[in-house]
Write a protein that binds this ligand. Structure first.
Ligand code: AKG
Ligand code: FE2
Length: 331
């Protein structure tokens, strides 16, 4: 996806799901990101730098802004937006990190890009108990986490809503590819409830809308161990939000368990595999889409797949009670 031709892929419902930047747009973005590498202390987690990034995000190429805003208004049937041909140069990168909790503190061009696009979509936030509360996080395979259900693992990562247990989970998750997987073997997987819902019968949908499910917090979060009983589907019955983690969500009775199995099958049936290339950034609407990843074989030699991840909220004020000091990091 490195062609310089401008293109957009429009799905049948009219939403744009892929936007390929042209050479001019790529150049403009690179200049903007480079300005940010020199701004303030040059540190992403500095609030002054974030204010500057917010201001500079008003200068994104107009077509990109328009597309991001349209996606924010309605994420479409697939609930994802992929922007391609962003100015990422894998040959200039250091080795892919291999340590747990790896984050990007420095305002590098890729970190600035991830924050610039995130700012256009909403407010970029993080969680204190995850990756040290850094706004730009690295998704990389880690030897000691190989078998874990985490972004540092390399076994099949089950479909999940990001931070499903958290009352202020992200509205969007953004993943920017810096370095690709070996032989394109690793795919992020996405599945939208808008696509899966028609495959489910009315009785199953009703059960999924009832308080019959609990979700565990990951061990890293120092929080209550289980959520209170909650539904998996909420909001408009004909176009619900989804919140589930097939590793961490448990049904409270047999009927609810059967509904969860059926939901998983329906999501698998509409699943899409996304192989990210350097300079591709996917935004997933975390209210409509679950995501996961296929198993893969890392080498841990500095050449493995490397993504930057950002979380976006649409209503910053709503999480104020979870943000000591009114900063961007939630407890
Ligand atoms: O590696 C991926 O493609 C996605 C991993 C993941 O679920 C995440 O970073 O939230
Ligand atoms: Fe995730």
């Amino acid at each position: 996806m490195t062609s310089t031709m401008a293109s957009t892929k429009t799905d049948h419902a009219g939403g744009i799901s892929v936007l390929e930047l042209d050479g001019r747009e790529r150049g403009e973005l690179e200049a903007l990101a480079r300005t940010l590498t020199r701004a303030g202390a040059g540190l992403v987690d500095d609030t002054g730098w974030q204010a500057r990034a917010r201001a500079e995000s008003c200068r994104l190429p107009a077509r990109l802004s328009r597309t991001v805003r349209a996606f924010r208004h309605d994420a479409g049937p697939d609930g994802t937006l992929t922007v391609t041909n962003l100015p990422v140069a894998p040959e200039l990168l250091p080795a892919t990190p291999t340590v747990p909790d790896s984050v990007e503190r420095g305002a590098t061009v890729p970190a600035a890009l991830a924050v610039l696009l995130g700012c256009e979509l909403g407010t970029v936030i993080a969680y204190r108990d995850e990756k040290h509360g850094a706004l730009v996080q690295n998704v990389v395979p880690v030897p000691t986490l190989a078998g874990s259900q985490s972004n540092g693992g390399s076994v099949q990562l089950e479909f999940h809503t990001e931070n499903a247990f958290h009352p202020h989970r992200p509205d969007f998750v953004g993943l920017l590819c810096l370095r690709p997987a070996h032989e394109d073997q690793v795919g992020t997987q996405v599945a939208s409830i808008r696509r899966a819902r028609p495959l489910l019968d009315a009785a199953t949908l009703t059960v999924l809308q009832e308080d019959r499910f609990v979700t565990e917090a990951p061990p890293s979060f120092r929080t209550a161990e289980l959520s209170s009983p909650l539904p998996v589907l909420t909001g408009a019955p004909e176009d619900p939000d989804i919140c589930v983690d097939f590793h961490a969500t448990r049904a409270l009775d047999n009927t609810a368990e059967k509904a969860l199995v059926e939901l998983r099958e329906a999501l698998s049936a509409v699943r899409q595999d996304v192989v990210l290339r350097p300079g591709d950034m996917i935004f997933v609407d975390n209210r409509l889409v679950v995501h996961g990843r296929v198993a893969f074989s890392p080498r841990y030699d500095g050449t493995d797949r490397w993504l930057h991840r950002v979380f976006v909220h649409l209503d910053h004020r709503r999480s104020r009670g979870h943000r000591p000091g009114d900063g961007p990091v939630l407890t």
